[in-house]
Design a protein around this ligand. Structure first.
Ligand SMILES: Cc1ncc(COP(=O)(O)O)c(C=O)c1O
Length: 461
């Protein structure tokens, strides 16, 4: 134990256990994180210099520098040239969930996350300031649960421009991510006699959300051309939840022939819920427009900022056929009386000032490099894996030969502090799923990606 009582920073009570298997730099980062989280270190207070703290603790300065850098990256500390390192403001420091989750692994291939450290903090603050200066005070009351007009207009404009969506601001309902859209739609469609279909494999969370809302979705298979429309027709379903632009989780794109067939199916009196979850990221091929643009009366378009800005924002939207707007608006109002107006104000300004487009362009380049690093590492260290869905999105799916012991591999990798998710939970019947993994790459550096795949190769042996 050591007490740092220097004049250049607060007194710090930190315990380092030299007998522990936990490396000292991790113990130090954990200790500082806990001190910040529990309020022992208050926001904006100055940290001791790395030299002083290293001397107090009897450790190398490098070790303290690494621990500080880690906490700066996590948002617990902020570092400014000339004024040293300080405890970050409350907002940044109160992100315990994420910090807790990542701390357990050196490399976390969690699928579906964008690069969290690249959240455009400055642009967001600027957008919020711009939006607040322009908005009337009425916006701070109990407003229309559908969302602020300014936000709906900005989102409609963006979707028309980038996704070919026939978006009218009056038909948009803002919601808490795509997940709330699925919940509200599930609730609204619950009474129907006819079943709701979902892709198999599909996003496990959305299957759970439908089940939670009293719907047991009919599983419709997916092959290399995407959703099987013949099987969909045979299922007798009235509605289907699908991911045509980048199938979740396989990453295949719905083929042109299947698109036509799905539109025909929709026009024959059915409903398509189009989850456009990864549409912003395409690497090796031209973007595919949204299905909604072809059949706006039969397609519910769903999108969110979870892959473009951050899942923690919980900003999402639906573009609805006119006949559903009233029902879903009411559902949203009864669920939570509407989403946070502050986020809507900031997001609308980010869209209209071009900040969102700029951020996406930057992220696209970064994720392309990370995807390429993952493909290269897999080819080098794990050649037995077959890669699917690399052309778009922020994750890859890898398949292994039949009978491959995936669960063992996931467990062994976790013991070596690398987290990977198996493909099986995405299947309606996980026990019958082919062996495979989902590898998210957007939230990892190229060095981490290579190190992580090396560990997976060791776990595979
Ligand atoms: C298929 C699919 N749709 C949508 C989302 C985004 O959900 P939300 O907007 O609720 O964060 C995800 C996130 O992982 C996803 O995998």
């Amino acid at each position: 134990m050591a007490v740092s009582g220097t004049t250049s920073g607060p007194e710090l009570l930190l315990e380092l256990d030299r007998a522990s298997v936990e490396p000292l730099h991790r113990q130090l980062a954990d200790g500082l994180r806990t001190a910040i989280r529990t309020g022992r270190l208050t926001p904006q207070s100055r940290m001791p210099s790395t030299r002083v703290l290293a001397a107090d603790l009897g450790v190398s300065r490098r070790l303290v520098v690494d621990a500080y850098s880690q906490l700066v990256a996590e948002g617990f500390l902020s570092s400014k040239h000339g004024s040293g390192t300080r405890v970050a403001t409350v907002e940044a420091a109160s992100a315990p969930q994420y910090a807790e989750a990542t701390r357990r692994y050196d490399v976390d291939f969690l699928p579906g996350s964008p690069d969290l450290s690249s959240f455009p903090r400055t642009a967001w603050l600027r957008a919020l300031r711009t939006g607040l200066a322009e908005i009337g005070s009425d916006a701070f009351g109990y407003v229309e649960p559908q969302g602020l007009p300014a936000a709906r207009v900005a989102i409609a404009d963006y979707l028309r421009r980038t996704r070919g969506v026939q978006a009218d601001a009056q038909h948009i309902v803002l919601c808490s991510g795509a997940t709330q859209a699925i919940a509200l739609l599930g609730r609204a469609l619950q009474g129907s006699e006819l079943p709701i279909a979902m892709e198999d494999p599909g996003f496990w969370l959305h299957r759970m959300v439908l089940r939670h809302n009293g719907i047991e979705p009919v599983a419709v298979p997916v092959d290399e051309d995407g959703l099987d429309i013949v099987a969909l027709t045979d299922s007798g379903a009235q509605t289907v939840l699908t991911t045509p632009a980048h199938q979740s989780p396989t990453g295949v794109v719905l083929s042109a022939a299947r698109r036509t067939a799905l539109v025909e199916w929709a026009r024959a009196g059915h409903l398509v819920i189009e989850d456009d979850y990864d549409a912003e990221y395409r690497y090796d091929r031209a973007p595919v427009g949204a299905l909604q643009g072809i059949a706006p009366d039969r397609v519910i378009y769903v999108g969110s900022t979870s892959k473009t800005l951050a899942p923690g924002l919980r900003i999402g939207w639906m573009v609805l056929p006119p006949h559903l707007v009233g029902t879903i608006r009411l559902s949203k109002g009864l669920a939570d009386t509407g989403s946070s107006v502050m986020d809507q104000i900031a997001f609308a300004a980010l869209l209209t000032t071009g900040g969102y487009d700029r951020h996406l362009r930057q992220m696209r380049r970064r994720y392309l490099s990370r995807r390429n690093a993952l493909l290269a590492a897999l080819a080098r260290h794990l050649p037995q894996a077959t890669v699917l869905g690399a052309a778009a999105g922020v994750h890859l799916t890898v398949r292994f030969p039949d009978g491959y012991p995936i669960a063992d591999m996931v467990r062994r990798a976790a013991a070596m502090r690398v987290h990977v998710e198996p493909l099986a939970p995405c299947y309606a019947d996980p026990a019958a799923a082919p062996p495979g993994l989902l590898l998210g790459y957007a939230n990892l550096t190229e060095t981490q990606i290579d190190a992580g795949v090396r560990v997976l190769a060791r776990a595979a042996r």
